[in-house]
Design a protein around this ligand. Structure first.
Ligand SMILES: Cc1cc2nc3c(=O)[nH]c(=O)nc-3n(C[C@H](O)[C@H](O)[C@H](O)COP(=O)(O)OP(=O)(O)OC[C@H]3O[C@@H](n4cnc5c(N)ncnc54)[C@H](O)[C@@H]3O)c2cc1C
Length: 347
């Protein structure tokens, strides 16, 4: 039975740990509780990229796998954190509407795009605009609950320690950490990737995001509104408003300009009253070509990386984790677009 050390217990580390355990391997996950992304995320799984109304990358593969994965983890943790949602997209331009109406008729888009609807709501400020339609097959992971419950499960089974990986305790040649031998060490460190000496030439960009939580009696509880941003109902008259995108900053503090941008999202969609209850910020680990990074170090065998989940970690992580486990254990090739080797091509 092989033994793996995973550094970082965000959605990347957690999903990989689960897949390795399912293959019958031993896992120790180290997480230093400095999470800046997986616990902050709105957790939406939206199969559509709105601007040109295209399907999200590999969504036909990622989505069914993710649904099965989260349901399986709900059973294993004895908790509930996954549900389907209805996303109403208010068209942002004539062009977008044209794309939508055309693609909605295509066979491969029918399961994601509904026809345009004549929608009315007393408190939407978009009534006279370009119209709206529903994204089908959208879901939400309550990211905070998912992280809490999976960490609890792993801790109970002695698979997780809340501590930092201490490089002084690691003998790479012998693959020993803190007196224990491991068959592999996998770095799933999100934006702290630049502190990992073995992979610090792999540039993980820092893409900040802020989210507001508001209480509002007249916002729609049954659907998520989207235009320039989203209003996501999270229960008990609370709504998450998100999310800003600010590139190349590692400051995870909330800002006045973030708040202003999010208030514009609300005011562009909703005309009723509301109270702000919280503002949070996080940093997404992104890559220049918008593809995750998976693979084994070209020189230091048995050191692996699983990172760069960007803005869609909750959609992609479950299947990518399985593909990563298949690569590590069975030598099965990774999808060509995620391979670490693309960073070493010209070196
Ligand atoms: C505002 C915002 C909104 C978002 N909304 C969505 C959304 O709606 N849907 C969606 O799919 N995605 C969303 N995302 C993106 C999603 O959160 C990321 O894709 C995903 O969380 C990245 O996961 P990760 O595990 O790679 O990184 P992280 O979540 O950053 O996890 C890395 C972990 O490694 C630990 N760590 C680092 N170094 C060490 C060390 N040396 N020792 C021990 N532990 C270490 C950290 O503490 C951390 O817990 C959002 C992100 C943000 C910021």
């Amino acid at each position: 039975m092989k033994k793996h050390l995973i550094i970082g217990g965000g959605v990347a580390g957690v999903t990989l740990a689960w897949q390795l355990i399912k293959k019958g391997h031993l896992v120790l996950l180290l997480d230093n509780k400095q999470n800046k992304s997986s616990t902050i995320a709105a957790g939406m799984i939206n199969p559509i990229v709105f601007r040109r109304v295209t399907k999200s990358w590999r969504v036909d593969e990622f989505l069914p796998f993710a649904i099965g994965f989260y349901k399986e983890l709900e059973v294993a943790t004895g908790s509930q954190f996954f549900n389907s949602i209805k996303i109403r997209r208010f068209f942002a331009s004539e062009q977008e509407k044209k794309y939508w109406l055309r693609k909605q008729k295509e066979e491969s888009y029918k399961k994601y795009l509904s026809p345009e609807e004549n929608y009315k709501h007393e408190f939407t400020s978009t009534q006279n605009n370009l119209g709206s339609a529903i994204v089908k097959n959208a879901f939400r992971v309550n990211a905070q609950a998912f992280m809490q419950q999976t960490h609890k499960l792993f801790r109970t089974n002695n698979c997780l320690k809340h501590e930092s990986f201490d490089y002084a305790l690691f003998n790479r040649d012998k693959m020993m950490y803190n007196g224990e031998k491991y068959d592999s060490v996998v770095f799933c460190c999100g934006t702290d990737q630049d502190k990992v000496p073995y992979f610090n030439s792999i540039e993980i960009q820092h893409t900040k995001g802020e989210i507001l939580t508001v209480k509002a009696k007249q916002m729609p509880n049954e659907e998520t509104w989207n235009k320039k941003g989203f209003i996501l109902p999270v229960g008990a008259d609370s709504f998450k408003i998100g999310a800003t995108i600010e590139r190349n900053t590692n400051n995870a503090k909330v800002t006045d300009h973030g708040r202003k941008e999010l208030l514009n999202v609300i005011n562009g969609l909703y005309s009723g009253s509301y109270d702000i209850t919280e503002q949070i910020a996080g940093i997404r680990p992104t890559v220049y070509d918008r593809r995750p990074v998976l693979g084994e170090h070209p020189k230091h065998k048995s050191l692996f990386i699983f990172n760069g989940l960007g803005t869609k970690g909750y959609l992609m992580a479950p299947l990518l984790a399985q593909e990563m486990a298949d690569f590590m254990i069975d030598g099965k090739a990774l999808h060509e677009e995620v391979q670490l080797s693309r960073f070493y091509k010209n070196k």
